[in-house]
Design a protein around this ligand. Structure first.
Ligand code: ATP
Length: 345
C-alpha cells in the first residue's frame, strides 16, 4: 500500500478542486441562496443561513416546526420557502437505478492499511457514519489522524480529495502527529494541516453548536471527512446518574441525527469514536466483558460499527461489529509513526 502511494508520489500532490470547477452532477446539493431566484426574499434566506441552513437539501431535513421556530419566519413564509425548495430538489421517490447512480458518488477513503480497507469494502465511506469503539490505546484516535491525511489524497490514490473537520472532545488531537503521516503519503505537511479545521469542544452543547456551524463551511468548500473524537465523552460528563439518562439519550439522538444529515447533505464521511463500558450482563464465561457506550440510540445511528482491540505489540485488531453490507470479519493492522498501516507479520 505504502509502496503504491510512494510510486505515485510525483503525480499525487493534493489538488483541491475549487467548488466552481466541480461538474454540476458532482454537486450534490443546491445552495440555499438559489431560493432567491425562486422568489424568496434575500432577508428570509439570510435568516435561514443564520440558523445554520445553507442548502435546500438541508432545509428539507428540518420539520416545519423547527423552521417556524426561526425568528421572523411565519408559517406562511415557511410554506412558501419549502415549496420553492421542492422545485429545486427532488425529495420524493426515485427509481432503484437512480438510487444506484446516487451511490456512485460515495467515495471510500483509505485507512492506510490494505487489510483494513478490504475489511471495510474499500475504506471509510462517505455519506455514512463509521463508529470505532474499543479499549484505550486501541488505535481509534490514530485512525482519526491517518484519515485526516488520507482524505486529502486524490481519489485515484484512494483519498477523498477534500478537506477535514475535526471536533475533539477529549483534547487528544496532536497536530505534530499529522506531520510524519503526511510525509509517509508524500504530501506537504503544512498544506495538509491547513486543510484541517479543528475545534476543541468542552460541553455537549458546544459540540452541537460546532456541528451547526459546519454547514456554512461545508457548503463553501469541498469537505470529505468529519471526525468526532469522542462522540459520547461530554454527554457522559454533562449528564450524570440514572435520573438524567433519558434526557442524555434524547440530546445524544439529536446530535447523532445532525451527524447523519451532514454526512448525507454534503457526501462527507463521518468517523466518530466511542468509549466502552463494562457489561455485567456479558455472561460469566466472558472475562472483562465490554460493550460500546450510548445504548440503542448510538447503535442505530452508526452505519458501520467497528470494534478495536489490542493485539501483540503495536498490532491492533478491528472487527466489523455491525454493518449493512459487510461480513462480520476481522483485520489486523499496525500503528506506526506514519499512521495506520498493514501489520508486518
Ligand atoms: N508515533 C507512533 N508510532 C507508533 N505508535 C504510536 C505512535 N503514536 C501513538 N502510537 C500508539 O498508539 C496507541 C494509542 O492509540 P490511540 O490514541 O488511537 O488510542 P485510542 O483507541 O484513541 O484510546 P483512548 O481511548 O485512550 O483515546 C498507543 O498504543 C501508542 O503506542
Amino acid at each position: 500500500m505504502l509502496a503504491t502511494l510512494k510510486s505515485e508520489e510525483s503525480s499525487g500532490q493534493l489538488q483541491l478542486v475549487e467548488r466552481e470547477d466541480i461538474d454540476d452532477d458532482e454537486d450534490l446539493f443546491e445552495a440555499i441562496d438559489k431560493l432567491i431566484a425562486q422568489g424568496i426574499n434575500a432577508g428570509d434566506v439570510k435568516k435561514l443561513q443564520d440558523a445554520g441552513i445553507y442548502t435546500c437539501n438541508g432545509l428539507m431535513m428540518h420539520t416545519k416546526k423547527n423552521l417556524t421556530g426561526i425568528k421572523g419566519l411565519s408559517e406562511a413564509k415557511v410554506d412558501k420557502i419549502c415549496e420553492a425548495a421542492e422545485k429545486l430538489v427532488n425529495f420524493g421517490y426515485i427509481t432503484g437505478s437512480d438510487a444506484l447512480l446516487k451511490r456512485k458518488s460515495v467515495i471510500r477513503i483509505t485507512t492506510g492499511s490494505q487489510a483494513l480497507d478490504e475489511l471495510l469494502g474499500g475504506g471509510v465511506e462517505t455519506s455514512a457514519i463509521t463508529e470505532a469503539f474499543g479499549e484505550f490505546r486501541s488505535g481509534k484516535t490514530q485512525l482519526a489522524h491517518t484519515l485526516c491525511v488520507s482524505t486529502q489524497l486524490p481519489t485515484n490514490m484512494r483519498g477523498g480529495n477534500g478537506k477535514v473537520a475535526y471536533i475533539d472532545t477529549e483534547g487528544t488531537f496532536r497536530p505534530d502527529r499529522i506531520v510524519p503521516i503526511a510525509e509517509r503519503f508524500g504530501m506537504d505537511p503544512g498544506a495538509v494541516l491547513d486543510n484541517i479545521i479543528y475545534a476543541r469542544a468542552y460541553t455537549y452543547e458546544h459540540q452541537y453548536n460546532l456541528l451547526l456551524g459546519l454547514a456554512a463551511k461545508m457548503s463553501e468548500e469541498p469537505f470529505r471527512l468529519l471526525i468526532v473524537d469522542s462522540v459520547i465523552a461530554l454527554f457522559r460528563v454533562d449528564f450524570s446518574g440514572r435520573g438524567e439518562l433519558a434526557d442524555r439519550q434524547q440530546k445524544l439522538a439529536q446530535m447523532l441525527s445532525r451527524l447523519i444529515k451532514i454526512a448525507e447533505e454534503f457526501n462527507v464521511a463521518v468517523y466518530m469514536t466511542n468509549q466502552v463500558i463494562s457489561d455485567p450482563g456479558g455472561g460469566v464465561f466472558v472475562t472483562d466483558p465490554k460493550k460500546p457506550a450510548g445504548g440503542h440510540v448510538l447503535a442505530h445511528a452508526a452505519t458501520v460499527r467497528l470494534m478495536f482491540r489490542k493485539g501483540k505489540g503495536e498490532q491492533r485488531i478491528c472487527k466489523v461489529f455491525d454493518a449493512p453490507n459487510l461480513p462480520e470479519a476481522e483485520a489486523v493492522f499496525q500503528i506506526t509513526a506514519g499512521g495506520i498501516a498493514d501489520a508486518k507479520d
